[in-house]
Design a protein around this ligand. Structure first.
Ligand SMILES: *Cc1c(COP(=O)(O)O)cnc(C)c1O
Length: 350
């Protein structure tokens, strides 16, 4: 890929105050797709603003998809990516669902490796920090009309990040009984911006009531749990770890998949099955509800300490981080940071 050297490199932020998604590195990948030529003008160049016509289709009909992955650096200055081919594959599936062009799996991964090698110095090394990588694609054809666009833009930008939201501490989630985020046949299993836009109002209202976000129920019965905000959801009842099936209205999270693999490998009983909010409340009353936690690249594991259902708060595990959540968190972050043996071959060293 062509590199246009950036002569004005930025001063790097204080790594103890990164927050999430506030700083962007010196470079980005960009490419254009046209129906006649396919992918053209792919390059690495300075991270800067772009110009688009107001009639660009993405602004009107939301043809947009994205991905999220992280690069880590250990004390030996070795750099790792976590399962990037999974992001590449999912990006293809998202793009197919949204009638958008796809990018070859190898190309997606190789391009990111080239970018990360260039931006190596931007990868923070303090605990709980990493370089967040955001690939995204959108319809840039300028015309007003509902149809798959014939022109697209693809970008990859990077942001050094610290702790997401409140980090590895317990959150309070409101079980959302009014709004829904996804429904069978829709785009719940697709990583597209539109899914996030429709979730904002519920999230805002939950925050106004003092919660950190919502726990979504299924869109048909409003009965089965689906996702913890923008994370996949796990519930521990007695010695069974349950997570709703992914791929229909639940996103196939890479952290979810890794969590299932790690827990099964450690001998836990993991079930991918529907679980209703009534079962969870019943389990709370008979003391068999042990833990609820969310999984996703940004926060890795996000334990839930309180859920509110129909105006009643239910405290889980005395509002403390549970044993399973801690185990998965330590295993995953240990592998990601190159501190634990990567027996699952999840990381690639670049
Ligand atoms: C990205 C995302 C997740 C988590 O997926 P990971 O691959 O683990 O980061 C879960 N739910 C939604 C809606 C998402 O967009």
């Amino acid at each position: 890929m062509k590199l246009e050297t950036n002569k004005t490199l930025k001063r790097k932020p204080d790594n103890t105050k990164l927050g999430f998604g506030k700083y962007f590195t010196d470079y980005m990948i960009s490419a254009t797709y046209t129906k006649e030529k396919g992918w053209i003008n792919k390059k690495i160049s300075k991270y800067k603003s772009i110009s688009l016509e107001p009639s660009s289709l993405v602004f009107h009909y939301a043809q947009e998809t994205f991905e999220g992955l992280k690069a880590y650096k250990n004390e030996k200055n070795e750099v790792f990516l976590f399962r990037p081919e999974m992001n590449a594959r999912r990006f293809q599936l998202s793009n197919q669902r949204m009638c958008m062009p796809t990018i070859e799996i190898n190309e997606f991964v190789e391009d990111i490796i080239q970018l990360i090698k260039l931006e190596k110095d931007w990868i923070p090394t303090l605990p709980q920090t990493s370089l967040y990588i955001r690939p995204f694609m959108f319809a840039s054809e300028h015309v007003i009309g509902v149809k798959p666009a014939i022109e697209y833009k693809y970008f990859v930008i990077c942001s050094p990040v610290g702790i997401y939201h409140q980090g590895f501490s317990c959150s309070k989630l409101l079980i959302e009984t009014n709004y829904v985020r996804a429904i069978r046949g829709g785009t719940g299993a697709v990583k597209c911006g539109a899914n996030y836009a429709i979730g904002l109002l519920a999230d805002k209202k939950a925050k106004e009531q003092g919660y950190d976000g919502v726990l979504w129920l299924d869109g048909i019965h409003q009965k089965y749990i689906e996702e913890c905000g923008t994370m996949n959801c796990f519930v521990v009842i007695n010695d069974e770890i349950i997570t709703p099936p992914a791929g229909i209205s639940v996103l196939e999270g890479i952290t979810r998949d890794s969590t299932i693999t790690i827990l099964k490998d450690k001998g836990y009983k993991v079930s991918e099955k529907q679980i209703s909010i009534d079962e969870i409340i019943t389990a709370h009353y008979n003391n068999s509800l042990k833990e609820i936690f969310g999984t996703g690249t940004a926060a890795v594991i996000s334990p839930v300490g309180t859920i509110n259902y129909q105006n009643k708060d239910y405290v889980i595990n005395n509002n403390k981080v549970g044993e399973i959540a801690s185990l998965v968190y330590n295993t995953l972050t240990g592998i990601q940071q190159g501190k634990l043996v990567d027996k699952y071959n999840y990381t690639i060293k670049i």
